[in-house]
Design a protein around this ligand. Structure first.
Ligand SMILES: [Zn+2]
Ligand SMILES: [Zn+2]
Ligand SMILES: [Zn+2]
Ligand SMILES: [Zn+2]
Ligand SMILES: [Zn+2]
Ligand SMILES: [Zn+2]
Length: 714
């Protein structure tokens, strides 16, 4: 029924005067500039321009070689560039070069467009048939972002960039697009562009074809290869100081190939050394993959395959520094350092059958220890089998496994879960800037307790439970009176077998299952940060396949929206907001109100802002001013939400038997180091199987130990 009180602006009617008055507030301060993609409104047009980069994925990439830093806002990139420059003059010079190159690119694009237009009109005039330009977006989806009215300076990348960014299901870009992608400014493409040239196409390498062979079907393999691969960034403190990996027994391999015989960067590329083995038909000498290393001096620096870097002569794996940073840093005792090339000299080991003498790759026959080996032909035993069951006495594992298996059509491809729970503690001083330490201590106390969880998901493929997905989480029982759970890292490898659903659909359900469980346990708040992965950098699983596709920032934000919307529909969570919306709620009045989880987004930002302040700026006013810039930069890439499912006022504290710390499996970095040292790679299905068996042996060892201790206590 139409009411009698009509709004003179939008003509909406109300039956009650009071409601109209309330409604009029909406018109009073309505920002005028609307984003035609998400309908968000802005008071100033410049804010709208900045905002649009969220949809178009337009980012400014740091122009320094090997640096992976990207920013949405040019001003913030300039601030970052300070880490590369010794003086203000140098910074100004570099920044000027950078903006000049943007203008140059803009000019080139304009010329290209004009040329194309000219060609087109000529073609029309001559009534010639010409092909549709390949950089024209093919779908006219209404949701597709348009860039025609985005400021040109804001678009360092080509229009192809956004076309590909909006095709999450588009697996393989045509040759013309592949070429274009190298010009993109996103870090993952930078990596591709800078990669030493390969001797052949990836799909021709044994590992590539093997992936196809072992996948259930071509179509689902396509999905597996192209599935989302969301992960979180390694923070400055999280760089890997790798353990010493010089295993003497590998050095004794007589016919170890020399560096020069390295053929491209394909880990199992054919070499003419040694004959093929009957276990897999591949060469005897299969080279392991080359890791992307972190530069110790700068958390955005990467040492890529084939790059030179510096390391300590005594501990070559501990501190790696890129040549640029090494030149800039005033390293004392330079003679203690040596130059190395980032290659992996290690090849797969083989083992000979005691009876027939035939050699097999240890990876192929799942041989781990230096024990006598009899091949399958001689022993007549059936093929290798290794399955890890979910320990149903562990409540969260049982819960997650049930949720996961409900998603599967093929009940033989069962999913199992193993998790490790550790009690942790940090100081407020560690997390909060000195400037606000007093206030922070009042709010949080001087010590902050939390629970760290490592959750591994396995699926049975060819009689072996293969690790395919991992979650590292943090849970805060009481952080200034609120309970929080946070996904710290997540990572996947494309070896999951699904028939009709896409793997990302399963990952989505696994993430929601985690939040559902925590909600049932009485946790009230959740936080997610969309921090896109960098190709070649490992977060949980050691060495991903070359063919694995990564989501860029825009795709990752989109995927998180999807997860959170699904979570709302399933009534697992409620009222999710991005940072901007959370900020508008008015609960973040002061820097200490930011949710600081160990090594998470806001914790890092507070540290960065703190470190950026000069001595004469070290006050509240300057701190907040710099923090404001970060608020803009981070407006849409991190999310807040409430967890449902429990009437409990507070989470139930974990009982002591619910803790099961594990010194390798419970710690992400130690786990990565262990896999690196053991060459447990996930680069191919073949190696993923072997690596998973290695991990399962660790899990079984821990269970045996626990059972033994348990029976002693009884
Ligand atoms: Zn109105
Ligand atoms: Zn928008
Ligand atoms: Zn940089
Ligand atoms: Zn083999
Ligand atoms: Zn560096
Ligand atoms: Zn034999």
């Amino acid at each position: 029924m139409a009411g009698e009180w009509e709004c003179n602006v939008c003509k909406k009617t109300y039956s009650c005067r009071k409601n109209l008055n309330t409604h009029m507030h909406a018109h009073a301060e309505e920002p005028q500039f609307e984003c035609e993609i998400c309908l968000r409104r802005f008071t100033f047009q410049t804010n709208l321009y900045e905002h649009k980069s969220v949809h178009t994925g337009k980012m400014f990439a740091c122009p320094f070689r090997n640096c992976t830093k990207t920013c949405r806002l040019k001003g913030n990139l300039k601030k970052h560039m300070k880490v590369h420059c010794k003086s203000v003059r140098k910074l100004d010079e570099e920044y000027k070069n950078f903006t000049m190159s943007l203008k140059e690119k803009k000019k080139q694009r304009k010329q290209k467009r004009q040329q194309k237009r000219k060609q087109l009109s000529e073609a029309v005039e001559n009534h010639l048939e010409i092909d549709k330009p390949d950089n024209l977006p093919e779908n006219d989806d209404a949701h597709e972002p348009r860039t025609d009215n985005v400021r040109e300076e804001d678009s360092p990348s080509t229009s192809n960039n956004q076309a590909t960014a909006n095709e999450p299901d588009h697996e393989d870009l045509g040759p013309s697009r592949k070429r274009e992608r190298k010009d993109q400014s996103q870090p993952q493409d930078e990596t591709v562009a800078k990669k030493p040239s390969s001797s052949g196409d990836n799909n021709d390498s044994p590992s590539g074809s093997e992936a196809l062979e072992h996948s259930p079907s071509t179509s689902s393999n396509q999905k597996i290869v192209g599935k989302p691969q969301p992960e979180q960034d390694l923070g400055p403190e999280r760089k890997r100081g790798r353990m010493d990996d010089s295993k003497p027994k590998e050095e004794t391999i007589a016919d170890k190939p020399s560096t020069s015989s390295q053929s491209g960067d394909s880990c199992e590329a054919p070499s003419d050394l040694g004959s093929n083995l009957s276990c897999c038909g591949l060469e005897r000498l299969l080279r392991y993959s080359i890791p992307v290393r972190h530069c110790k001096e700068n958390d955005t620096c990467r040492i890529l395959k084939g790059d030179e870097y510096m390391c300590r002569k005594s501990k070559p794996e501990a501190d790696n520094i890129c040549l640029d940073c090494f030149a800039r840093a005033n390293v004392k005792n330079q003679n203690l350092w040596m130059k190395k090339v980032n290659l992996n000299e290690k090849v797969e080991e083989t083992v000979d059958c005691l009876e027939c003498g035939e050699s097999s790759h240890k990876v192929c026959v799942f041989h781990f220890k230096e024990t006598p080996f009899v091949c399958g032909n001689c022993s007549g035993e059936p093929g290798f089998k290794k399955i890890i069951e979910t320990d149903t006495s562990c409540e969260i594992d049982a819960f997650l496994a049930e949720k996961a298996n409900n998603q599967l059509e093929d009940k033989n491809a069962k999913i199992s879960v193993a998790s490790y729970t550790t009690a942790k503690s940090t100081t407020t001083k560690e997390l909060m800037p000195v400037l606000y330490l007093k206030d922070a201590k009042k709010k949080y106390g001087s010590k902050i307790d939390y629970v760290a969880r490592a959750i591994y998901f396995f699926q049975i493929v060819d009689n072996i439970s293969i690790a395919f997905f991992g979650l590292f989480t943090q849970e805060y029982q009481d952080l200034g009176g609120k309970s929080w759970c946070v996904i710290d890292y997540l990572d996947s490898v494309p070896w999951m077998k699904v028939s009709s659903k896409s793997p990302s659909k399963i990952y989505l359900e696994l993430i929601l299952a985690y939040f559902e469980y925590m909600g049932l346990k009485g946790f009230k708040n959740g936080h997610l940060w969309a921090n896109p992965p960098v190709k070649g950098v490992d977060y949980i699983f050691n060495i991903h396949p070359e063919t694995q596709r990564y989501l860029d920032k825009v795709q990752l934000i989109g995927w998180y929206h999807k997860i959170l919307q699904q979570g709302e529909r399933a009534r697992v969570l409620a009222g999710y907001r991005n940072f901007e919306e959370e900020f508008k709620k008015g609960e973040i009045k002061h820097p200490i109100d930011l949710p600081v989880f160990v090594d998470s987004l806001w914790c890092k930002i507070l540290k960065w802002v703190n470190d950026e302040l000069k001595t004469d700026e070290f006050d509240d006013e300057h701190f907040k001013e710099k923090l404001e810039d970060e608020y803009k930069e981070r407006a849409e890439d991190n999310f807040f939400f409430e967890l449902r499912g429990s009437q409990l006022q507070q989470p139930t504290p974990l009982q002591s038997k619910e803790f099961n710390p594990h010194k390798i499996l419970g710690d992400r970095e130690t786990f990565l180091d262990k896999c690196f040292v053991e060459n447990w790679e996930f680069s191919s299905l073949r190696r993923a199987k072997y690596s998973s068996v290695g991990i399962i042996k660790l899990i079984e060892g821990a269970r045996e130990e626990r059972d033994a201790n348990g029976s002693m206590e009884d």
